[in-house]
Design a protein around this ligand. Structure first.
Ligand code: ZN
Length: 553
């Protein structure tokens, strides 16, 4: 699963839908370019993604070059998966006279449709095929289903994650990725084997060799297991993973690659925090009977910097963290791994959160915003998902918080992770595990961050969760609004307010109380006129970053 994202889309639907109706400009390649193309392109701020590779061995640095080459091939494949017409269309785009914004936007979107506005065309007037490049464009849902009904033996191949559907004289047929993309995948496998030969890390070598073999067989199970065992300064994801691009059925997996490097100091800090988890569970502001000391074996977390990305994950809004693999069999055997992309988080912080702070905090106070405080908070948010009640017993019945809170669970769980994330930083600062400067900047950074997330709207779990927190904290006097409508924290009241908030959220989880969750949403989950006014001032702030990787030059 990738964590981006959808919420940003929601926001864009709002902003672009409010823009005045645009005329289109005809140009010489026979393509019409939407008149607001410059504004659309400006939503993505170009950011150079730097990462330190000095600590890598010579072998690993050689391996990186091969991995970047392999990731580029994922890009070639995904371009066809996104739209079968791309190979013929892209020379026309390249030949556009000037029109850099249109060329850039086509590159960012991997096609002539705007991923932020429900795949509306911005170049030409073709309609986006719902099934992307995976199915014949003239094939509808009914034809696909009718084919399977008439040919039940084709069911597995047709609904497989790893086949392309094409039409020939005999009707529809499923072509395995290993065959359809055989030329590209053979080149990618050769790069993976070369990287495997270069690295001195046995777990990386093992993964790369197994993944190279999988490219020839479409069987990714063994290599997914090897990826869970990967323990290397190079963190690489490569292959077919997410199915979002298949808007028709959600069957088909898109090729992508993240080539990343872990920084020793981040890994060390993460290890220290992980070591504190039992202590943090013990410190939760709820009665001991609701504490849960059996969650320790949950999924690992890694912090890395991106060196290069290609394919699905490079399109549209950039992922800032992912949780893989998706194969349930692997998840059962080995869990899943969450990877936080630190330099992407930093780029988004600079491009989006810093200007938000300028707009919502009182003038002259935005300097209290701090990336270290922000990153500590994100890290602690992720770790805090693993604290507190999970499996619970209600009147002798064994159940889970998730099942009891139903549709309200995600918003409550995101609010819990935020609130507990903040509180845990205070708790760890008591013993010096977290530095005093983090605590000093945290209230300001958190207050600005409210608006970054609230932009997603309250129909989305993170958005609803943050609005609940904002109103609760204002109720407790920990956040106030000045006469100019600017929001500011009262740091001396912050910790106590977060103890109360965390207590309330954890208790409704411990009790599995849908009623209390609903009461929380009713009382606090409303965008007040003050919040709405501040959010209204953010429409010019970028939506996302357009990463530039120095290694690609
Ligand atoms: Zn979360």
């Amino acid at each position: 699963m990738k964590l981006t994202g959808l919420m940003v889309m929601f926001l864009m639907i709002l902003t672009v839908a409010c823009a005045p109706q645009t005329e289109t400009t005809s140009i010489d390649q026979g393509l019409e370019i939407t008149a607001d193309i410059e504004a659309r392109r400006a939503q993505f701020v170009q950011k150079e993604m730097t990462a330190d590779v000095a600590h890598l061995s010579d072998g690993d640095r050689t391996a990186l070059k091969h991995l970047v080459a392999a990731a580029r091939i994922m890009d070639e494949i995904f371009t066809v998966q996104a739209w079968a017409g791309n190979p013929d269309f892209s020379p026309k785009v390249a030949a556009l006279d000037g029109r850099q914004a249109a060329k850039d936007y086509y590159r960012i979107m991997y096609g002539p449709w705007d991923r932020l506005v429900a795949f509306e065309p911005f170049l030409g007037d073709d309609e986006h095929p719902e099934g992307a490049g995976y199915y014949p464009e003239d094939m509808g849902e009914d034809e696909f289903k009718a084919w399977i009904e008439a040919h039940p033996e084709d069911n597995d191949a047709f609904t497989s994650l790893h086949t392309m559907i094409r039409r020939d004289d005999d009707g529809l047929k499923a072509i395995p990725y290993a065959e359809f993309f055989s030329e590209e995948l053979a080149r990618a496998a050769a790069e993976l084997r070369a990287a495997g030969a270069a690295t001195d890390n046995p777990t990386l070598k093992d993964f790369l060799e197994k993944r190279a073999a999988a490219f020839g067989t479409d069987d990714y199970y063994e290599s997914d297991l090897a990826w869970m065992d990967l323990d290397s300064p190079i963190e690489v994801v490569i292959g077919p993973y997410e199915t979002y691009e298949d808007g028709l059925f959600g069957y088909k997996a898109a090729f992508e690659s993240f080539v990343c490097v872990a920084q020793p100091e981040d890994s060390k800090r993460l290890a220290v925090f992980m070591g504190q988890l039992p202590f943090l569970e013990k410190s939760l502001p709820i009665p001991d009977q609701h504490k849960n000391f059996n969650r320790g074996s949950e999924s690992p977390i890694r912090v890395v910097d991106e060196i290069f990305t290609g394919g699905d994950c490079r399109s549209g809004v950039q992922t800032l963290a992912f949780n893989l693999p998706n194969d349930e069999r692997v998840r059962e055997a080995k869990g899943s791994k969450k990877v936080l992309l630190k330099n992407i988080i930093q780029a988004k912080y600079e491009a989006i959160l810093a200007p938000i702070a300028q707009a919502v905090l009182p003038e002259g106070t935005a300097e209290n915003l701090d990336f270290d405080a922000y990153f500590h908070f994100i890290l602690m948010h992720e770790l805090s998902h693993g604290l507190g009640p999970g499996k619970i017993t209600l009147e002798g019945r064994e159940t889970e918080v998730r099942l009891e809170l139903k549709d309200l669970y995600s918003a409550m769980e995101e609010a819990k992770a935020d609130a507990l994330g903040v509180l845990n930083l205070y708790v760890l600062a008591d013993s010096g595990v977290v530095g005093a400067e983090i605590i000093e900047h945290l209230p300001w950074t958190f207050t600005a961050g409210i608006f970054r997330t609230a932009r997603f709207g309250t129909t989305e779990a993170h958005g609803l969760g943050i609005v609940i927190q904002a109103n609760y904290l204002m109720d407790k006097g920990a956040i106030a609004v000045d006469e100019n409508g600017r929001f500011y924290p009262k740091p001396e009241k912050f910790r106590d307010a977060f103890v109360d908030l965390t207590h309330d959220l954890l208790m409704l989880q411990a009790e599995g109380s849908y009623e209390k969750a609903q009461a929380m949403v009713d009382q606090y989950g409303v965008v007040t006129p003050e919040l709405a006014a501040a959010l209204g001032g953010l429409s010019d702030i970028p939506v996302d970053v357009d990463p530039v990787f120095p290694l690609e030059m």
